[in-house]
Design a protein around this ligand. Structure first.
Ligand code: SF4
Length: 412
C-alpha cells in the first residue's frame, strides 16, 4: 500500500538527503553525489569537454569527505559485482591517464589561485573548489570505487603532483577494495603514505564467509584481514565499513560475530556502520524475494549491531554511525572506552515501549532526529506523533515496518 503519508515522509526525508547527498555510499545508485550535485547543475555523467579550468569528478565519496577536493584516478569499479551495489553498474571500469589526472589537479590549482586572489569563478568547477576551500582546503579524496587499482608508480606520480600543486593539503584519502590492498606490498602502501595518502576506506561489509559469497563481495574474511593488516602496517589510517542487516535473519549471528572477529584481527582506526537498504532493483533482492533470506526489521538490525559491538575487542578503533540509513545515529564512540556506553544506548532504545520505539523510527526516517534524546524536543515529538498517527491510519497498527521499508526503498 502506498498513500499520501509515505509521500509526505519521503518529501521530508528527501530534503535532508539532498542536504547530505554525500551520505550515500556504495549502496544502490542514489542521487548523483558529485560535489556539484548540491547545486543541482552538474554531474560527472554530463562531463563537459576538458578546457583549461575544468576537471572530472566521480559520483560518490564518503560523508567525511564532503569538503575535500575530489581527484578522479579511475572511472567505476574493477569488480562491479557486489549484489547490493548499483553505483557503477552502467560505468565501464577505466584507469585514467596520469597526465589527464595531473591536468585536473592543475586546473583545480588554477581555480584555487583565482579564488584566493579575490576573483569570482561562476561555474560548477569554481563552486567545487570554493566548497573545498571553505572547508579549509586541506583535504583531498581519490575517486572512484577502487582508485588504488591504478599501478603503484602511477599512484605515486599523482600523489607527488598533488602535493606539489597543493602543499597545503594534509589529508588525502581513497576508497579501495580488500582484494586490491591484499595484492599490494606494505612497501608500496608505505610509499603512498610518505607521499601524503593518509586514510583508506574499505567496504568490508561483513566478515562472514557464507554471506560474502552470497553478496559476491569478491573477498573472503581472510582477504579482508590480510588487506586490512597491510594498510595498518603501512601506517595509513584505515576505515572499514560494515553493513548491518545484510544477511537477513538466517545469517545475522554469523554476520555480527565474524565481522567483529575480522575487525578484531585488523584493528582499523574507524569502523563505520552502513545499514543495508534492500529493494527490488538490487540483484541481492532475489535472495529475499525467494525466501532464501528473511529481511530483518529495524529492531532486529539494532539487536544485530548490539551483538556485533559486544563481540568487538578492538583497542584503537572509533565506531561511527554517520549515515542516514542507520537507525541510531548516536552509536559513535572510541573503543574500548565507550563500548559499554554504546551498548547502553542500544539497550535504552530496545527497552522503550513499542509505540515510543515506533515514534523514534518514524522521526529518524523522516530525518527529524539523530539521537534518542532529540525526541524530547516538543516540536519534533509533535511532528513525529502526527506522522506516526497517519501511518497507523494508512498502514494499520502493525504497518510501521512496512511504511519504513517503503520509504527506505526509494533511496536505492
Ligand atoms: S567493490 Fe564497492 S564499488 Fe565495487 S561493486 Fe562492490 S560495493 Fe560496488
Amino acid at each position: 500500500m502506498e498513500g499520501p503519508i509515505t509521500e509526505a515522509l519521503i518529501d521530508n526525508f528527501s530534503l535532508h538527503i539532498q542536504e547530505d547527498a554525500f551520505s550515500f555510499t556504495e549502496q544502490g545508485e542514489g542521487p548523483c553525489n558529485c560535489l556539484a550535485a548540491l547545486s543541482g547543475r552538474f554531474c560527472s555523467s554530463f562531463m563537459t569537454l576538458c578546457s583549461m579550468n575544468t576537471f572530472e569528478t566521480g559520483p560518490i565519496r564518503p560523508p567525511s569527505e564532503a569538503g575535500s577536493y575530489l581527484i578522479r584516478l579511475t572511472r567505476g569499479c574493477p569488480w562491479n559485482k557486489c549484489r547490493f551495489c548499483r553505483t557503477y553498474r552502467r560505468q565501464r571500469f577505466e584507469i585514467r591517464d596520469v597526465a589527464e589526472v595531473e591536468a585536473d589537479i592543475d586546473a583545480m590549482a588554477r581555480i584555487r589561485d583565482e579564488l584566493m586572489s579575490g576573483q569570482s569563478v561562476h561555474d560548477e568547477y569554481g563552486w567545487m573548489v570554493s566548497n573545498a576551500l571553505n572547508s579549509g582546503g586541506t583535504t583531498a579524496f581519490l575517486q572512484d570505487g577502487d582508485s588504488l587499482a591504478m599501478k603503484p608508480d602511477a599512484v605515486r606520480r599523482i600523489l607527488g603532483h598533488l602535493k606539489a600543486r597543493f602543499p597545503e593539503i594534509s589529508r588525502i584519502t581513497s576508497y579501495a577494495r580488500s582484494r586490491t590492498m591484499a595484492s599490494r606490498t606494505v612497501a608500496d602502501l608505505a610509499s603512498y603514505r610518505e607521499l601524503g595518502l593518509t586514510r583508506i576506506h574499505i567496504g568490508m561489509e561483513s566478515g562472514h564467509d557464507p554471506l560474502l559469497e552470497i553478496v559476491s563481495k569478491g573477498a573472503t574474511a581472510e582477504v579482508h584481514i590480510r588487506a586490512g593488516r597491510r594498510v595498518v602496517e603501512a601506517g595509513i589510517e584505515l576505515s572499514e565499513y560494515i553493513m548491518p542487516g545484510l544477511g537477513g535473519r538466517e545469517l545475522t549471528a554469523g554476520h555480527a560475530l565474524d565481522s567483529a572477529r575480522v575487525l578484531n584481527a585488523i584493528g582499523p582506526d574507524f569502523i563505520r556502520l552502513r545499514t543495508v537498504c534492500l529493494g527490488p532493483r538490487l540483484p541481492l533482492w532475489e535472495e529475499f524475494s525467494s525466501g532464501r533470506l528473511t529481511r530483518l526489521s529495524d529492531i532486529d538490525i539494532v539487536r544485530e549491531i548490539r551483538a556485533f559491538i559486544e563481540a568487538l575487542d578492538v583497542k584503537t578503533s572509533q565506531l561511527a554511525s554517520d549515515h542516514i540509513l542507520n537507525l541510531l545515529g548516536e552509536l559513535q564512540g572510541q573503543f574500548p572506552t565507550d563500548k559499554q556506553r554504546l551498548v547502553e544506548i542500544i539497550d535504552r532504545f530496545l527497552a522503550l515501549p513499542r509505540e515510543e520505539r515506533e515514534l523514534f523510527q518514524v522521526a529518524r526516517r523522516a530525518a527529524l532526529v539523530e539521537k534518542l534524546a532529540d525526541l524530547d524536543h516538543p516540536g519534533i515529538q509533535a511532528r513525529a506523533r502526527q506522522l506516526l498517527d497517519e501511518i497507523y491510519r494508512h498502514y494499520g497498527r502493525d504497518g510501521v515496518e512496512e511504511a519504513m521499508r517503503e520509504m527506505m526503498e526509494r533511496y536505492i
